[in-house]
Design a protein around this ligand. Structure first.
Ligand code: SF4
Length: 304
């Protein structure tokens, strides 16, 4: 019994597309974020770890990162600009970074993580050009929730409507979209997550990434958590909600991730996030017992 028996995973999609396992190589382009540099705000999203921003001088070149991060387990890789807002730079700089990342013969594509309000025409032109050359290209959009009240509460400085606009533009460019959602945000419960899912599916999406709310050192939420203003989900609560999201998602949508882990000492809560497999195994067990991806499509949302 494994997750891939019940979920249409991104890993399996890549295997089908490339005939072998393809791993993502995480890269930092030394980007910042409009929610940090003052364009929109200085504090950042309340769950984001400010202390992990790195001084520009200490960031390694893309070539160095690519060589250091290759795992040896895979023959093909997607270059993944993961840190912060990886479309938030001048077109010339994006061009330099993306093309440098694609230089290796074993790099078959590019993934860029960004905000819905940070997609310039130049960035989209560039990504579409790269895709037209035969590379696999994914834009990973941080949405987290479709509820504007929650987006405000966590200081995202964008709205769901910004996401809708971004998705329309990405569709115009024929670029693939992976949307990131957080389960367990303050003031939210299962019905918020399922409503967010419905709204995201209505706009059209190719893949989803789910993860639990983490409280990490350096984030504004660390203080709120210490003061008892916010709570985190138990592993069982998280697995129940994640499983429901998967069951309400049509089978053709890929899941890039169904939970996340924080393996360094920045994690404050929940401590079960230190380990990768317990949440995946708990979700798999629920899907095995109650039905896998797509099994609740068309059903009215049910409370847990
Ligand atoms: S989560 Fe993303 S958008 Fe929010 S502050 Fe961190 S880098 Fe910026």
């Amino acid at each position: 019994m494994q997750l891939t028996d019940y979920v249409n995973t991104f890993g399996d999609y890549l295997k089908r597309r490339f005939g072998e396992s393809v791993h993502k190589l995480s890269l930092s382009g030394n980007f910042t974020c409009p929610n940090r540099d003052g364009s929109l705000g200085f504090g950042g999203c309340t769950f984001c770890n400010a202390t992990s921003f790195t001084a520009s001088s200490s960031v390694k070149s893309i070539a160095e990162q690519l060589s250091l991060n290759r795992s040896g387990k895979s023959l093909k890789y997607l270059a993944y600009f993961q840190a912060y807002t990886s479309t938030y730079a001048e077109a010339k700089e994006l061009n330099r970074l993306y093309l440098e990342a694609l230089k290796g013969a074993d790099i078959v594509g590019l993934c860029v993580g960004t905000r819905p309000d940070c997609l310039s025409n130049e960035a989209l032109d560039l990504l579409a050009e790269i895709q037209a050359c035969g590379y696999e290209v994914w834009v990973e959009l941080g949405l987290q929730t479709a509820f504007d009240e929650t987006l405000k509460l966590i200081n995202r400085h964008h709205t769901f409507n910004d996401y809708v606009t971004a998705v329309k533009r990405l569709h115009d460019y024929n670029l693939k979209i992976c949307t990131h959602l957080i389960i367990g945000l303050p003031s939210e419960e299962l019905l918020h997550n399922l409503t967010t899912l419905e709204l995201v599916l209505n706009e059209g999406v190719d893949a989803l990434k789910l993860h639990q709310l983490h409280i990490v050192k350096g984030a504004l939420m660390a203080k709120q958590y210490a003061e008892g203003q916010i709570k985190v989900l138990s592993l069982e609560e998280y697995a129940q909600i994640a499983a429901k999201i998967i069951q309400y998602t049509p089978k053709d949508i890929l899941f890039e991730r169904v939970s996340a882990s924080v393996m360094d000492d920045s994690l404050i809560a929940p401590m079960w996030s230190k380990h990768r497999w317990p949440p995946i195994n708990a979700i798999t067990t629920i899907l095995h017992e109650q039905g896998g991806q797509g099994s609740l499509v068309g059903e009215v949302f049910k409370k847990l």
